[in-house]
Design a protein around this ligand. Sequence first.
Ligand code: ADP
Ligand code: MG
Length: 581
Amino acid sequence: MGKIIGIDLGTTTCEVAYMENGEAKIMPDCFGNRIVPSVVGKKEDETIIVGQVAYNQLISAPDRTVSEVKRLMGIDMKIPLGKEEYLPHEISSMILKELKSYAEAYMGDEVVEAVITVPANFNNSQRKLTKLSGEMAGLKVERIINEPTAAAMAYGIENCEKEEKILVFDLGGGTFDVSILEMFDGILDVKSSRGNDRLGGKDFDERIEKYIEDEFKRQYNVGLYENIDMDTKYSIKSRVKEVAINAKKELSTQLSTTINIPFITVLDNKPINISFEFTRDKFEDLTKDLVYSTTEKINEALKAAKLKEKDIDTVLLVGGSSRMPAVKELVEKRFPNKITSGINPDEAVALGAAIQAGIKSNQITGEETLIVTDKCSYNLGTSIIKIADGKVTEGVFDCLISIDSSIPCSQKKTYFTVVDNQEEVRVEVYEGNEFFAEDNAKIGDFILKGVPKGKAGEESIDIQFDYDLNGILEVKATIVSTGKSINKIIDNFKLVKLPKDGLIDESDYHKSNLNNWINYDLASVVRGTIELAEKKMKNLDEIRGSEIKSMVDKLKTAVIDSDEETVEKYDEELTDLLFEI
Ligand code: ADP
Ligand code: MG
C-alpha cells in the first residue's frame, strides 16, 4: 500500500511532512533540506528542474525559470518556460511531481496520496486547479485544506477539547495572511481571512539589497550596476540577493552581522570588495513600515470575525518571515502572552497537512481527531413532484445541500404524500444542478414503506441529508406520524455527468457501462494530462501528433471501462511522453 503525505505548496517554498508513530514529521529531501524553493526551471536542453537547482538560476536565466506561480493560480495565462508555455497549474504539477519523487525516495515506498494546503482565500476554482495539479503529478489528492487550519492542527491536536479562538499570523516569502479560526466542539472553522498578497520576506530582502547598493555607491561613488553588461549585472544581483537573505536570517537570532561580498565587481581593472557591519537595529529601521503594515490586516480580520483582541485565546506565528524578532514583537504587543510557539513557523502548515493525512489514513483515530470544516463540491438533493399555480410537474430536482455549503452539514426538509392512500415513498437522491432530477446524476434510491393510509397531503415525510468530510452522504427518511424511518448511506456518488465539451466525445458515450456516467475520480486523475496532451498535439508534427492521439484515445477508453490499472499505465506513459516533448 502506498503512503500518504502532507504538502505545503507555498508561494516561495514547499514543505513535505508525513506521519510516523502518530507524530507528524518534516521529510527532508536527499540533501537534507527541509524546505524546497517553489521554483521550476529548464536546463538549456529543456529538461525540467525543480527546487534549489532551479532557484539557483532564477536571476541568471529568467527566461528558463519560473517562480511564485501560486500567485497566478486560476488565471488563464500562459507562462513561458524555455521553449514552451504552461498554465500555472501545470507548473505547480511539476513541483508536486518533484516532491512526490523525493518523498518516495525518502520513504522507500510509493507515495500515492496527499493532502495539499491552499490559502484560506483561494476560491473554488483555485482549489480545484491545485487538486488537478496534484493529480497531474500522479498523486491522489485526498483533500485540499486551508493553510491556517493546517497550522492550527499542527498545534492543536492535543487540546482540541477546548473552545478557542485562534489567530493565525502567516508572513511568508511573498504573501501575508491573517486568519481567525474558531474551535468549538472539536470543529475548527475559519471565521475570517484577510491578507496582502504583496507583502513577504522578499520585501525585506529587497530593502537590504537596496542598502548594499547604496552603501556601494557611498563608498565608491559609482552605481554598482553602472557600465556593466547584462550578464554581469545578473550575476552581481544574485550575489547581493543571497547575501541580503542570509543577513536577514542571521539577524533573526543575532544583533549584528557582517555583510561581506568579495570581488563584487571590477573598477578601473581592480577587483572591488564590499564589507560592512549591519545591525538588527539598522535592519529594523529599514523595514519598520513593512512590519507595521501587518496591523491593518489584523484589524480587518478581527472586524470581519466580529471579535476584539481580547477575544483571541491563541496566536500562531506561521511563515518563515515571522521568525523576524520585530514581527514577533509587534504581535506580542497586540496580543500579550497569547503567542503559542514550539513549531518552526515555516513547517507548521505541512505538519498540519500530514496530521490531516494521518486522520484520513486512520493513523490517528478516536478522541484525538480534530474535525475540520470543508466545502461541499456538489449540489445534493432529491426528486419531488412540484405543484405550483395548480400545475403539477413531476421529477423536479429539490436541492437539500448546495454546493459550497460548509461541511460536515445536515439538512432536513419535510414533504407530503401526493395521492390518496399512498402507502410508500420512493426517495431518489441526485447530484447536480439541473431543474429536472433526471438530468442530474442519480446516486441512490430507496423505498420507505408503511405510510398510514390517508388523504393526499395528510402524511408528512422528513428527509434528512447528512454529509460528512469524507464525502459520505447519509440519507434518512422518516414518516413523521409514526416515527418509522429508513437510512441509506451513499458513498460512491463521485459520478458526474460527462461535460459536453469535456473529456470524452459523443461517440464514446455509449461504450460506458455506467449509463453515460463515468467514474469521476478516475476521470479527474487524467483530465489534466489529457487536456495538456490535446493542447500540445496541435503544435506537433503528424507522426508525433498521432502517437499522442492514440495514447489519449487508449486512456479515454480505459477511463470509460473504469479500468484503473490500465488508466494508470497509460497516464504514466502519456505524462512521460508529454514531458519529453
Ligand atoms: P511561503 O511564502 O512559501 O509560505 P515560507 O513560509 O517558507 O514561504 O517563508 C519564506 C520566507 O521566510 C522567505 O522570505 C525567507 O527568507 C523567510 N525566512 C526563512 N527563515 C527566516 C529567518 N530565520 N529569519 C527571517 N526570515 C526568514
Ligand atoms: Mg506558506
